[in-house]
Design a protein around this ligand. Structure first.
Ligand code: PEP
Length: 255
């Protein structure tokens, strides 16, 4: 049976405009060696400063913003509004754990951002996940359920269906310590169940895994039943590594 995948790269605060352009040109060349396959969607989240310059480099690589403000205009120094993102991006990353932990974003802000992204036609990629402390205390499931409830509050069924969920256990982000495919699958299945209760269509929501994904572990993660793709940090900064993960998704998409 055909499975569809999203392979997404979060560049965080890396890459100048020139580096972003060079990277996407090189990645595009590699992707063009693969047959066109609509079952795999390739997506990168460059820094804001690179978004305009990378537009149009590849018809096979979509782009997203790493954040957005929930207001359209105003006295919010240093913030980026949905109007500024305009037709630059298709996706917006919301609630990444670095935003939650370092920049103290609360679930209520994240909820507003999800609504704003949808209102402006962007697909939100909502990041959720537990800390090491929470996992060790047996609170993984209650944590993700709580985040889903708060971050998606007030959305109607049609809207919830558009949201992509990224399950990113905080202890696995940038640590080199990925969740095992079984650990990830278990939480993905749970997320799907929770969403089923909310929207009644468990098969359609796309749930990505993120946390130290690299070519050495991507195949086994991607082949799990409830994993619809990966959100990749460190390994998305190197063309060969990111392309290796994309190749795995191609192998599995039609397998
Ligand atoms: C991330 O930043 O979303 C991420 C998963 O990072 P890494 O792949 O480096 O763990």
């Amino acid at each position: 049976m055909e499975k569809e995948y999203i392979i997404a790269g979060n560049w965080k605060m890396f890459k100048t405009v020139e580096e972003s352009v060079d990277f996407l040109k090189a990645l595009n060349e590699k992707i063009n060696t693969l047959p066109q396959d609509d079952a795999v969607e390739i997506l990168v989240f460059p820094p804001f400063t690179s978004l305009y310059a990378v537009k149009g480099i590849s018809s096979r690589i979509k782009t997203g913003a790493q954040n957005l403000h929930f207001e359209e205009n105003g006295a919010f120094t240093g913030e980026i509004s949905p109007l500024m993102l305009g037709n630059l991006v298709d996706y917006v990353l919301i609630g990444h754990s670095e935003r939650r932990e370092i920049f103290k974003e609360k679930d209520e802000d994240i909820n507003k951002k999800v609504k704003t992204a949808l209102k402006h036609g962007f697909t939100p990629v909502l990041c959720i996940g537990e800390s090491l402390e929470e996992r060790e205390a047996g609170k993984t499931f209650s944590k993700v359920e709580d985040q889903l409830g708060k971050d998606l509050e007030g959305l109607n069924l049609v809207e919830i269906e558009k949201v992509v969920i990224a399950y990113e256990p905080i202890w696995a982000i940038g640590t080199g310590k990925n969740a095992t495919p079984e650990q990830a699958q278990e939480v993905h299945e749970f997320i799907r169940e929770i969403l089923q209760k909310k929207i009644g269509s468990p098969e359609t929501t796309r749930i990505l895994y993120g946390g130290s994904v690299k070519p050495a572990n991507s195949y086994d993660l991607l082949r799990q039943k409830d994993i619809n793709g990966v959100l990749v940090g460190g390994a998305s900064l190197k063309v060969d590594d990111f392309f290796g993960i994309i190749q795995d998704s191609y192998k599995l998409a039609n397998g």
